[in-house]
Write a protein that binds this ligand. Structure first.
Ligand SMILES: O=C(O)CCC(=O)C(=O)O
Length: 327
């Protein structure tokens, strides 16, 4: 497929959108992406999701740099958990005891092996978008995570905060959630707790299959000292779900509590990419609570500037020479 070369946005970010992001920790930017980038992303997502690839949990690399990324089917994970613990309460919408159908894929770090995703994340318009929205003088690409919720898969994304997962400190990370399908509450709308980025808290990482379960502490993962996130009530006045369309981007701060509905539609897929960018002052930090040791890189030690590793390039201001694929 033709690779778009013009990284400009469809329009400017407005002052009102900057104010909303600062106040709420989340903002929906309507029709901000040009069509060629949305179509390009859609093709890359399909390539990643439908490719006959095998990247499962046990391929994680706890030392050195992984070049495989990682894929988890939340439906399969939930099914396994239910087989071992029949009374477990899974994070599903609809009848909790009924079978789940289809896949609910979470693909982490696709850009490390998929050149099309690297091109989208590093050479596309999102770095500029983050700079315009946050006012950050420098923006580094940090990582991506791709989501596919097939019809009937019904797994919610439990409420969580991104901060305890990310190997970054010293500044803020901004997350761009980019849908390539029309998204409503029926097929998996994103929900955010407005203002939660100002709570000054870091919560234990979610297990992503139950509403309140946390990621197991093992293999050096330690989240003692972090708080347990209280359940988010559906009628919480600060909870907002966004319908979104291709061309829109929802941007949240890494401390904003968020999650998403399960796909209860019989027909509509829900595909989206979550692309993360580190702002001014961010340095590398092997966060003990991060359940993502496959993302450790032997090249960096705590406190290093991110761009010392080729996997975290500066994308704003635009650099004249940026690699065309994951180095
Ligand atoms: O797409 C989803 O369901 C979850 C996305 C998410 O948690 C994120 O973008 O950080």
């Amino acid at each position: 497929m033709h690779r778009p070369q013009d990284p400009s946005l469809a329009r400017d970010v407005t002052d009102g959108e900057r104010d909303t992001f600062e106040r709420d920790g989340v903002v929906l930017l309507r029709s901000i992406q040009r069509e060629e980038w949305v179509e390009y992303l859609e093709a890359q997502l399909d390539d990643v999701f439908d490719g006959n690839v095998d990247r499962s949990m046990d391929q994680r690399s706890v030392s050195g740099q992984s070049s495989s990324g990682i894929r988890v089917d939340m439906v399969a994970l939930a099914g396994g958990l239910r087989a071992r613990q029949p009374d477990v309460v899974l994070a599903v919408d609809g009848d909790p005891s009924a079978e789940l159908t289809g896949r609910s894929l979470v693909e982490t770090d696709a850009a490390v092996w998929h050149e099309g995703m690297w091109h989208h994340n590093v050479h596309g318009p999102l770095g500029q978008l983050v700079a315009e929205l946050t006012g950050s003088a420098q923006v580094n690409f940090y990582a991506d995570q791709l989501f596919l919720k097939e019809p009937g898969s019904r797994m919610r994304t439990p409420f969580h905060q991104d901060k305890p997962y990310f190997l970054v400190d010293g500044g803020d990370v901004t997350v761009c959630w980019v849908p390539v399908d029309v998204v409503t509450i029926e097929n998996g709308a994103m929900g955010y707790v407005r203002g939660s980025h100002k709570w000054g808290k870091v919560f234990k990482p979610s297990d992503f299959v139950t509403d309140t379960g946390t990621f197991p502490q093992r293999d050096g993962i330690d989240h003692s000292g972090l708080e347990l996130l209280d359940p988010i009530e559906p009628n919480d006045p600060d909870l907002v779900y966004f319908d979104a369309e291709p061309g829109d981007v929802i941007v949240h701060h890494w401390a904003t509590v968020h999650g998403s509905a399960g796909n209860v539609s019989a027909t509509a897929r829900r595909r989206a990419a979550s692309i993360r960018f580190a702002g001014e002052g961010c340095t590398y930090f092997r966060r003990k609570s991060s359940p993502e040791p496959f993302r450790f890189t032997g090249e960096l030690t705590d406190g290093d500037r991110l761009e010392l590793s080729p996997r975290y390039p500066i994308v704003w201001p635009r650099q004249r020479s940026l690699s065309t694929g994951f180095p």
